[in-house]
Design a protein around this ligand. Structure first.
Ligand SMILES: C[S@@+](CC[C@H](N)C(=O)[O-])C[C@H]1O[C@@H](n2cnc3c(N)ncnc32)[C@H](O)[C@@H]1O
Length: 301
């Protein structure tokens, strides 16, 4: 399936728009432009004197956002770049500081459906998981080459799966018979590892969810990139500028929470959200991807 035919529904978009005040000549950086749906909402507030900079590591996303945002009156600059490079990218545009940084983490629905991304356990596809195709190692490389202990540690650290050792053992056993090259193969192996007499699996999530999360985080170096992005906020934001982050699992949210808190303690940020904002039941019913979303917003003082 070609992922670009799948429309991505932006998460918590209305809630977010209600919390952020953006001047018409302001500068916004959408660190994860995706299909450009969040940016489109804010881009409409920016006038001809405003600038919208969008970053994404996936060049297909840049292409999709380009078509979505072409009618906006503000200046739109879309760059295929990792958000860990946000400060350099903004400065290269001759801009010192910005009014709003938005990061809607994770992947778009179109990327999950894209066979070339190799992210999904719902559909069988080559086991890749590189959102940025410039990255060298795929998920298949890790699954087939990492020693069993490193694999177990990775699944535990980034997937928080307590059955990590057993999963790694099953993977090691299976790859000694044949290489693991597809998402379907991996999902089956993990499901078998977790199926034990008397053990009840959580019915709401697929047994391979945590292992897939762990591999995606490892392949794309997601937590380190997020830490770099969060560290850029204080320097890059203007006074009264906002940083908003939508995260989708506790490892991401923990980093956002602790960075915002630390900056609040140092008098650098004011927390706009004391507790994270989560989607309503209605939003979750309309968009299942929203179910684990958490939005945190801070304002530079
Ligand atoms: C959830 S989608 C964003 C959707 C977007 N808010 C919209 O309304 O269409 C997340 C996007 O972030 C991109 N991404 C993930 N990690 C990134 C990184 N480190 N740097 C830049 N973009 C990244 C993904 O390629 C994906 O397109």
């Amino acid at each position: 399936m070609n992922g670009s035919t799948v429309e991505h529904i932006p998460v918590l978009a209305g809630t977010l728009a209600g919390q952020i005040t953006l001047p018409p000549d302001g500068v916004m950086v959408d660190a994860t432009i995706g299909q450009g749906s969040h940016s489109y909402l804010f881009g409409k507030i920016l006038g001809p004197g405003g600038v919208l900079i969008g970053l994404d590591v996936d060049k297909n996303a840049i292409r999709e956002a380009q078509s979505k945002l072409k009618g906006l009156s503000c200046k739109v600059v879309l760059l295929c770049s990792n958000f860990s490079q946000i400060t350099r990218q903004v400065h290269e545009q001759g801009i010192e500081k910005v009014d709003f940084i938005l990061a809607d983490l994770g992947v778009c629905s179109s990327q999950l459906a894209d066979v070339e991304m190799g992210l999904s356990f719902q559909t069988n596809m080559p086991l890749d998981m590189r959102i940025d195709k410039r990255i060298k190692s795929t998920a298949a490389d890790i699954v087939n080459k990492a020693d069993e202990k490193s694999l177990a540690d990775l699944i535990f650290k980034f997937g928080q799966d307590r059955a990590s050792r057993r999963i790694a053992r099953f993977i090691a056993r299976q790859r000694s018979i044949e290489p693991i090259t597809t998402t379907g193969q991996l999902a089956t192996i993990v499901s078998k590892a977790l199926k034990r007499p008397g053990r009840k699996l959580k019915p709401r999530i697929h047994p391979a969810t945590r292992t897939f999360q762990a591999l995606r985080i490892a392949v794309n170096n997601e937590l380190e990139n997020l830490e770099r992005l969060l560290a850029s906020g204080p320097e890059l934001l203007k006074k009264k500028g906002y940083i908003a982050v939508i995260s989708f699992h506790s490892l991401e949210d923990k980093l956002v929470k602790s960075s915002f808190k630390q900056n609040e303690n140092q008098g650098v940020y004011k927390l706009i959200t004391k507790k994270p904002i989560v989607p309503t039941r209605n939003e979750i019913a309309e968009n299942r991807r929203a179910r684990s979303a958490k939005l945190r917003i801070a304002q530079k003082q």
